[in-house]
Ligand binder design. Structure first.
Ligand code: GDP
Length: 304
């Protein structure tokens, strides 16, 4: 069994690659960017993983369902609602059904498992916690939910700090601990180190389990040539006073990371990463096609 800690857009590429290698996969999903909007509970990272593995993820946006229409959103706009968070018509069904199930008293992990089966996904998808946690961005325009920062304000405000609301009381899903303990490999894929992986690690007790199992942990850098392939990773890392380099990421994960796959473009980080006791592997880590995803996943399984 292989466990993957997951955010959204970057993570799903490697997860799809691993799935193509017929791995028995358990995906631990970030839930700190979940948000209540339009009366619905939206779980962007869970949905990206499920849609991605179901083969219906929009390949251009990296979120939502391929070829979806936006009639409902247009109508809401016409009625004067704020529509900065885009939800397609078919995607809307997921949020409606999830919200109904939540209001009927079901836990998020039960609901996610139900969706996994409905979408015929064979990998397990486990929310890191069933309790509400939230990544909050402290900016020059005030403190805001991560979706407000990233989607509504298009990541424009200056970021001073990032905090994880609710993580001190949130309980890790017991299945997460079981998966980490039982896996032969634990993968930290290219994901936002602060808002995705950082938010999972902030849940009390989770990091300790990873530290215990550190011999099995391999990471893939989300930075290539010291730049993010997509998303606001560099902005968040700078706000958290982390060097925005693969070394900064390895250092941030160093309590539990033993192997780290980086791009040849980041050879200058090599010595520093090995200096903190993390073994470095170099390969092409850019995934632009399913061939790239499969190649990187197969490299991980063979070389690390
Ligand atoms: P998340 O997807 O929810 O974790 O949020 P972000 O979009 O902020 O983070 C995704 C991370 O994955 C970013 O830091 C990207 O640089 C990284 N990423 C996306 N695609 C690739 C890729 O093909 N290769 C690598 N190595 N990193 C990628």
């Amino acid at each position: 069994m292989i466990t993957v800690l997951a955010g959204g857009t970057g993570s799903i590429k490697l997860i799809r690659g691993l799935a193509s290698q017929h791995c028995d996969l358990k995906v631990i999903s970030n839930v700190a960017d979940n948000i209540w909007l339009y009366g619905l509970y939206i779980c962007p990272d869970i949905d990206t993983v499920i849609y991605g593995l179901a083969g219906i993820l929009d390949p251009i946006q990296g979120w939502g369902i391929r070829n979806d229409s936006f009639q409902c959103l247009h109508q809401m706009e016409m009625l004067g609602e704020q529509t900065w968070f885009k939800i397609g018509d078919r995607d809307l069904a997921t949020h409606l059904v999830r919200t109904i199930m939540l209001k009927n008293g079901n836990r998020l992990s039960y609901i996610t498992e139900w969706f996994r089966k409905r979408y015929s996904v064979s990998a397990g998808v486990i929310p890191a916690t069933d309790d509400p946690i939230e990544t909050r961005i402290l900016t020059d325009r005030g403190e805001m939910h991560i979706q407000e920062f990233w989607v509504k304000h298009r990541a424009e405000p200056t970021v001073f700090n990032i905090r994880y609301k609710g993580t001190e009381h949130a309980r890790i899903n017991p299945e997460v601990i079981l998966a980490i303990r039982k896996s032969k490999l634990i993968v930290v894929p290219p994901a936002n180190p602060v808002s995705s992986i950082g938010a999972i690690l902030a849940i009390k007790g989770l990091k300790e389990v990873l530290v215990d199992e550190r011999k099995k942990v391999v990471g893939v850098s989300p930075l290539i040539g010291n730049r993010a392939v997509s998303g606001p990773a560099v902005k968040y890392m700078e706000a958290m006073k982390l060097p925005a380099t693969p070394f900064g990421i390895a250092q941030n994960y160093s309590d539990f990371l033993t192997k780290f796959v980086i791009s040849k473009d980041d050879r200058d980080s090599y010595g520093m990463i090995e200096g903190i006791g993390v073994k470095v592997y170099e390969t092409d880590i850019l995934m632009k096609s399913s061939d790239d995803e499969n190649r990187l996943a197969s490299y991980l399984l063979r070389q690390t």
